[in-house]
Design a protein around this ligand. Structure first.
Ligand code: NDP
Length: 388
């Protein structure tokens, strides 16, 4: 039986992972399931799957979680230290699907154990790409990308030499506002931004899709994971979200990954890698689909893409600053303290200010330093938000 743990089990990726595992329950021993506020879902799945431990990130929820698990044989735990402890428990395959920078430390700890980390938490690579990749290498661990675009690139690269890659094209749906008049974007509400045309995802990533901060994170992720020169990484708007990414090679050939917009594709690929196994996802009928559309990604509509290019150019810890400022701006937008277009203004200003300081680039990357930059960028973003 394969020992598996799921960090962020109560979220959208976590639930899709559980869906796949629950279909073949006898093949897996679930070690740890973790969640945040949703302890009812956490407890229900932990009991259903016979997990060893269920961990909530919220210490104040330990007693109610313990009550929900009473008599089930599943251990209850809470807080950051408990999350880290859960990541040290031996597992063959660990899903990293906590949302935000909070996913970094458990993911790093799991890599230190030397197993396989299925990485959905894009913030890990964005904030600490070098640290993540080095930790995997030093411990003989394997990282498999779960973001659909990166899973697509990963699959297109099977059997290929990275030197033969001329460009990587990451597709973007364009999000909720792709067809809105530009001048209307200032009025966009969190509810409108949280409606995705194609994908069913968590609230934060869906809003990040509307602003293309999500794509900005993915561009940085592509650079960090595959080591590809940022000049070779492009974005294109593809409203149907059926092609997840394309890789262009030096002979002019392009490999595209085409599939239904269902995260169980990428999760399942990472779960069964290096094999392919049958997955319960829709099969595409291309004759019915008929047409696939593409258009350039307009940086006036999506200024986050320009900020990402700047962040990749600065390198080092700029990704940590970028992600932290972005998370803070997103919180403020969700709380209606700032407007939709102000998110990019704030993040851009934080990066400009921080990048003029020394030490963002050539510092040795440790978890402590990444978290310090994260805190500094959050403070600066809050100051910018308060100035509005
Ligand atoms: P969700 O918001 O649906 O779920 C997030 C998970 O993280 C939940 O289990 C949540 O617990 C938990 N969580 C929230 N805050 C904390 C915290 N501070 N400490 C520990 N756990 C916490 O997110 P998604 O599943 O959509 O996304 C997860 C990650 O995967 C993100 O990094 C996202 O960018 C990435 N991703 C998501 C895709 C998707 O299709 N959804 C596609 C590609 C990448 P609770 O809900 O119980 O509070």
């Amino acid at each position: 039986m394969r020992r598996v743990s799921i960090f962020g089990a109560t979220g959208s990726i976590g639930q899709n992972t559980i869906d796949l595992i629950a279909r073949d329950k006898d093949a897996y021993q679930v070690v740890a399931l973790t969640g945040g506020k949703n302890i009812h879902r956490l407890a229900k799945d932990a009991i259903r799957l016979g997990a060893e431990v269920a961990v909530t990130a919220d210490e104040s929820l330990l007693t109610p979680l313990r009550d929900l698990l009473a008599g089930s044989g599943v251990e209850a735990a809470a807080g950051r230290a408990a999350l880290i402890e859960a990541a040290t428990r031996p597992a063959d395959w660990v899903m990293s699907a906590i949302v935000g920078a909070a996913g970094l430390a458990p993911g790093l700890t799991a890599l230190e154990q030397g197993g396989t980390l299925a990485l959905a938490n894009k913030e890990s690579l964005v904030t600490a790409g070098r640290l993540i990749m080095n930790t995997a290498e030093q411990n003989g661990a394997t990282i498999l990308p779960v973001d659909s675009e990166h899973s697509a690139v990963f699959q297109a690269l099977v059997g290929e030499a990275i030197d033969a890659v001329e460009r990587v094209i990451i597709t973007a749906s364009g999000g909720a506002f792709r067809d809105w008049p530009l001048e209307k974007l200032v009025e966009a509400t969190p509810e409108q931004a949280a409606t995705h045309p194609n994908w069913d995802m968590g609230q934060r990533i869906t809003i990040d899709s509307a602003s293309m901060f999500n794509k900005a994170l993915e561009l940085i992720e592509t650079r960090e994971f595959f080591g590809i020169d940022p000049k070779k990484i492009e974005t294109i708007v593809h409203p149907e979200s059926l092609i997840h990414a394309l890789v262009g090679f030096n002979d002019g050939a392009m490999m595209a990954h085409v599939g239904a917009p269902d995260m169980r594709h990428a999760i399942g690929y990472a779960l069964h890698w290096p094999e392919r196994r049958e997955l319960p996802v829709a099969r595409l009928d291309l004759a019915t689909i008929g047409t696939l559309n593409f258009r350039p990604a307009d940086t006036a509509r999506y200024p986050a893409l320009d900020i990402a290019a700047n962040v990749m150019e600065i390198g080092g810890l700029a990704g940590a600053a970028f992600n932290a400022a972005k998370e803070q701006a997103l919180d403020a937008f969700i709380a209606r303290e700032i407007g939709f277009t102000q998110m990019a203004e704030i993040v851009g200003r934080v990066i400009d200010k921080l990048s003029s300081r020394e030490g963002l680039q050539n510092v040795e990357m440790t978890l402590d330093i990444v978290e310090e930059v994260d805190r500094a960028a959050r403070r600066m973003a809050v100051a910018e938000i308060n100035n509005i």
